[in-house]
Design a protein. Structure first.
Length: 194
């Protein structure tokens, strides 16, 4: 979002209004889970462990608040987390491998499981749209590597005879390259996931 606002403002109307998965979870943790454990929403401190530093900026945005309360209070990158683990001398192999985790919201669906991986939001959205319109399951989506651009994949989905061109891009550099190609008219897509 930040990159589009600063470098490609012409694409702002094309941005999704949906929150990212970790922001959705933050909202649920504060609105629902807080009630389940008997605390006020402002007493829940939500930390997201994310691979992308852009999530740090995202959690500071005013759009990511509900009633003045941030959905996610802090983002720690996976690199920062690894450094913390190392600094604390935690030996992963010495940890109890039989320990269980709580499951406060119950089991998730397959779509929920893929939501957090690269291309997962795209696949979940396409599957839902396809299944709503066709009343059948979308066959497996195959992404082809896009013209040698590492970190960018594209595909075409047939939605009742309409060819929907999609792209999934990861990484700031790859995103800039793809947005420049879209801006110049070199490529066109109906749906791009960053």
């Amino acid at each position: 979002v930040n990159m589009v606002e600063k470098k490609y403002p012409q694409f702002i109307p094309n941005l999704s209004s949906a929150r990212s998965p970790h922001q959705m979870l933050g909202s649920i943790a504060k609105a629902y889970f807080s009630r389940q454990i008997g605390v006020q929403p402002h007493e829940v401190f939500m930390v997201s462990l994310m691979p992308c530093t852009a999530k740090k900026d995202e959690c500071q945005r005013s759009q990511q608040t509900v009633d003045g309360l941030k959905s996610v209070d802090c983002v720690i990158t996976t690199r920062e987390f690894a450094r913390m683990v190392k600094a604390a001398n935690i030996n992963w192999f010495a940890l109890d491998q039989t320990a269980t985790f709580d499951n406060p919201l119950g089991e998730s669906t397959g779509a929920g499981a893929i939501f957090g991986v690269t291309g997962g939001v795209m696949e979940a959205a396409l599957r839902t749209a396809y299944e709503v319109h066709t009343r059948t399951q979308l066959p497996k989506v195959e992404f082809d590597v896009c013209r040698g651009l590492e970190g960018t994949k594209e595909g075409v989905i047939d939605m009742l005879g309409t060819k929907v061109k999609i792209a999934v891009v990861s990484g700031g550099r790859n995103t800039r390259v793809l947005l420049q190609k879209i801006a110049s008219g070199e490529v066109q897509y109906h749906f791009v996931e960053v």
